[in-house]
Write a protein that binds this ligand. Structure first.
Ligand code: SME
Length: 161
């Protein structure tokens, strides 16, 4: 069954409503996404850590699926590319993506959406599938509804309001 992205976004809003703790919110949202999408083997978040000396890095945050790479330099892999370009990445076959970082060998396709708060990139939403070509533009557009709700929750947690 196709995911109803309106309903998923509504549950993301409901799950994060009135809660400012980022880890708690991202934990529940990763579970909601993982449970709502078919044919996915990983769904979760990386948070951007700025470091002018050693370089900006994405650090693993709450997720569902197998244990994953903890740190991804900005510019590397699908996630690091999404941040470097500030552009969602829809990758039909990760084996064709130069520099793709394989965390779970079961992953064959991937979608990564940069997340913003207070006008800056703060992290990414990353979803993997074992099926080549699993994610379409419709999935991206649908997931953007949830991404917007996540961005508001993330911003609230930074501003504590
Ligand atoms: N494949 C990602 C790494 C993260 S895992 O998929 C969870 C990438 O190339 O950035």
């Amino acid at each position: 069954m196709m995911t109803n992205y309106e309903i998923l976004a509504a549950s993301v809003r409901a799950l994060t409503d009135g809660e400012n703790d980022l880890i708690a919110n991202l934990s529940n949202v990763s579970a909601a996404i993982f449970e709502s999408l078919e044919d996915v083997n990983w769904a979760g978040f990386y948070a951007l850590r700025r470091d002018t000396l050693r370089g900006d890095t994405l650090v693993l945050h709450p997720f569902q699926g197998k244990p994953a790479c903890i740190r991804i330099p900005v510019g590397k892999g699908v996630c690091g590319t999404a941040v470097a370009l500030d552009k969602a990445q829809l990758v039909p076959d990760v084996h064709d993506f130069p520099g793709h970082i394989a965390c779970d060998s079961a992953s064959n396709s991937e979608i990564v959406i940069p997340l913003h708060a207070n006008g800056e990139i703060v992290g990414v939403l990353d979803i993997d599938s074992p099926t080549v070509g699993r994610f379409t533009e419709e999935d991206l557009n649908g997931l953007m509804l949830s991404a917007e709700a996540i961005e508001l929750a993330w911003e609230r947690s930074l501003n504590k309001n």
